[in-house]
Design a protein around this ligand. Sequence first.
Ligand SMILES: Cc1cc2nc3c(=O)[nH]c(=O)nc-3n(C[C@H](O)[C@H](O)[C@H](O)COP(=O)(O)OP(=O)(O)OC[C@H]3O[C@@H](n4cnc5c(N)ncnc54)[C@H](O)[C@@H]3O)c2cc1C
Length: 292
Amino acid sequence: MKPAPFAYYRPATLEDAAARLADGADEGAMILAGGQSLVPMMALRVAYPSELIDLNTVPGLDTPRVEGNTLVIPALVRHATFHTPDPAFGPTGDLMASVVRHIAHHPIRQRGTFCGSLAHADPSSEWALTATTLGAELELLSVRGTRRIPIADWIDGAMSTTREPDEILTAAHLPLIPPGSLSGFYEVSRRAGDFALGMALVVLGMDGDRIGEASIGLGGIEEIPRRIPEAEAALQGQPATPESFATAAQAAMDAVDPMSDATTPASYRRDLAGTVIRRALAQAATRLPAPV
Ligand SMILES: Cc1cc2nc3c(=O)[nH]c(=O)nc-3n(C[C@H](O)[C@H](O)[C@H](O)COP(=O)(O)OP(=O)(O)OC[C@H]3O[C@@H](n4cnc5c(N)ncnc54)[C@H](O)[C@@H]3O)c2cc1C
């Protein structure tokens, strides 16, 4: 199938893009970033924008930077930017390098963008899980001004966000993982490059040989990637051992309300929630210093 006819606009600045989007949003104008979700959807006529406003002509949006304790990821930073960890990003860069290879395939990662993934809000988006677990804030621009919202107030359903039709997601602000924390990621998908059936991302702040603060996020299990407070509480003050990890995994399995589809029943995803959390925690624990 071919896309329905659409107009195409190449803005020079973000303000230009926002003005054009404000004019056309009611008729169905949309932002184009990497095009790796939107273009296939247009070809299938699941999406039929009246106009594409192509951010790729706006300079200065393709490089992440560290500001204080935050990694700022502007709208055109491609997935592939994170293939090789930038030392300036510290442990966050290492974690993102281990996450990014699970996103689609190499050519798709050269074009697809971090912010595009957050805007698309697939339940199995690796970046949505990363942003959620690390507690990102998102920066939005429209002709009405700018606003920032926490990621927890952004995704409100599968492929659905609280973005107003005239708003552009200009950047994600990701708190850097503090030095000394342990992190791990684990994903299960049927074939390499497929969307995940389930995945977990964990960050553990250690207090001596005990776990201090834990952030445990699950993606692909429920409609919205989210942190699981029950699993986090189960780990607090515990040693990083297979036993405490199993307890946290069970707490998550009891807490989730998994999706169900024709090939993957909710009961499978509930089990998977426990498995991916245990394995992400085990991966984090491999970074513990060896006992003396
Ligand atoms: C075969 C295949 C496999 C894939 N596998 C995975 C996977 O395993 N994991 C995964 O996470 N993704 C996967 N993807 C999707 C891919 O990661 C996309 O790149 C991503 O979902 C969207 O980013 P994009 O920059 O391509 O956005 P686009 O396709 O350009 O846009 C997607 C949507 O977001 C909106 N949008 C984009 N940027 C902005 C912005 N800055 N402000 C406001 N709205 C915006 C667009 O209007 C559109 O509605 C896969 C894609 C394909 C084709």
